[in-house]
Design a protein around this ligand. Sequence first.
Ligand code: SAM
Length: 258
Amino acid sequence: MISAAASLTEDQWIEVLYNRFRIEVSQDRRPALHRAIGAYAQSIGEDNESLLAKALSRQLSAENWSKIIHLATNHETRFFRNRAIIDQLCNYAETFARPRVLSVGCSTGEEPYSIAIALAERGLANFKVHGIDVSEDCIAAASEGIYKASEAIPSRYVKEVTNGHLRFYDWLKDFVTFSQHNVMSDRPIGFTNPSVIVTQNMLIYYRKEARHRILEGLALGLPIGGYLITGPSEDAGWKSTDLQRLPVPTASVFKRTQ
Ligand SMILES: C[S@@+](CC[C@H](N)C(=O)[O-])C[C@H]1O[C@@H](n2cnc3c(N)ncnc32)[C@H](O)[C@@H]1O
């Protein structure tokens, strides 16, 4: 049974994360987040309450916040997690002379690398894939490009580095870049003119209003003719006057028409 004091601290963390970063944490993940923040607090010589007090009085460093945001978000991912969406994305990307693909909520990079492999498999050599994520830890891991061996990664793209770990060859890594970015902030994304934006398994952690706000923000950066793709129904019924919803059964797809 959780004490009243612990429950109050938990609520306050949720509030401060929302107020400062607009990060939403679903009800079922809150106790685990509270415990994880407690463990992190201990590792830096604090306790949950003293860390929260610093957060509330704006005394936490950017590094502290970065760790807490990482703990507050779910980073589950894998290579070629949704093959149908990647194939669809490649169909659209192929129609551009120099495709620029933006992967939003890219976690540790498996999605952007899967897209790069899929585009390379189609013989494309003139593309860019950029991954963004709110978690600095994820972006650091993605930029390193070292992964546990997986049958999903064709061997011609990787070399073995240490026991059971693979690293993408530099020629493939050169197609893929990453940067830390919170899509709930008003800061512009440092990757302009995307041909295709894809966001999968990220919107599901936000309420409907936040999902719509994120999609609105992403759509703003899309040039005419560009595509915005989310997992099926992740858009929560979002509509835009400037983007047309395309009839694709395996994903929610929008195309900027004006
Ligand atoms: C469950 S992972 C999905 C990864 C990948 N897209 C996939 O489908 O396998 C969701 C990712 O979204 C990121 N994320 C959550 N909120 C975000 C935000 N406001 N801005 C940018 N990234 C965010 C999380 O850090 C996490 O790495």
